[in-house]
Design a protein around this ligand. Sequence first.
Ligand SMILES: Nc1ncnc2c1ncn2[C@@H]1O[C@H](COP(=O)(O)OP(=O)(O)OP(=O)(O)O)[C@@H](O)[C@H]1O
Length: 236
Amino acid sequence: MPRLLIELSNLQFSWRGATRPTLDIPAFSLAAGEHLFLHGPSGSGKSTLLSLLTGIHLPQQGEIRILGQNLATLSGPARDHFRADHLGYVFQQFNLLSYLSVLDNVLLSCQFSKIRHQRACAFSGTAKAQALHLLERLDLTSFLDRPVSALSVGQQQRVALARALIGAPEILIADEPTSALDAERRGAFIDLLFECATEHNTAVLMVSHDPQLAAAFDRSVSLASLNRNSTESEHV
Ligand SMILES: Nc1ncnc2c1ncn2[C@@H]1O[C@H](COP(=O)(O)OP(=O)(O)OP(=O)(O)O)[C@@H](O)[C@H]1O
C-alpha cells in the first residue's frame, strides 16, 4: 500500500451565513507520488476544498490529515509553517510578487521554509542552483533577473510552478493553473508539471472545471462524487 499523503474523513465545511454546507465529504485521499485530477463545475467547492487541505480554513466537522498530521491540532502560525514546508501550490492568479525578479520569486519558498531550503541544497548543492535547474527545465533561463510583471501569462505560470516545486515538497496543489492558456500550451504545461513533479518525487493534486485535462492523470475524480451536498445548480 503506498503511503497516504492526504487523508480526509467525515468533513463538513460551511461558509459563514450559508444555509447548507458547501462541502460534506465522507472520505478522500491522495497517495504518495499520485497524480490526481479533481474536477467539478464552477461554484461546486473545488477552491474551498483546497483552502481546507492547505490549512487556510478549518472544517467545522471531520478531520484532515496531511502527511499524518491532523491540521486542526496546529495553531495558525504552525499551520503556515507546515504548509510552507510540505506543500507547493500554484493558484489561478499565481501569487507571484510582481516587483521581485523571476529568480527571487522562486527562491522565496526556501526563505519561508528551512526544510525546503535544506532539501534544495541536498538536491543541487545550493537553493540557487536548484532554482536555476528548475528555471532551465521550464525554459526561463533568459528571464532570471526580470521582474515577473514583465513576463507573459504563460511564463508567469512556469515561474509559479518552479516556486512550487523548489525544495521538493511532498504535495503540489494546483488550482486551475492552465486557465489562461490555449489548448496546445495547456498540454505542454501539464507535461512539464508532471516531469518536474516526478523528478522531485512530488504528488500532484490539480483541480479544474475542464474535464478534458483528466486523461493525463493517474486518477480523475469528480467533486460531485465525493460531496454529499452537490447540487445541479452550479454552472460549468
Ligand atoms: N470567502 C467566501 N465566503 C463565502 N462564500 C464563499 C467564499 N468563497 C467561496 N464561497 C462560496 O462557496 C461555494 C464554492 O466556491 P468555490 O470557489 O470553492 O468553487 P469552485 O468550484 O472553486 O469554483 P470556480 O471553478 O469558479 O473557481 C460558492 O457558492 C461560493 O459562492
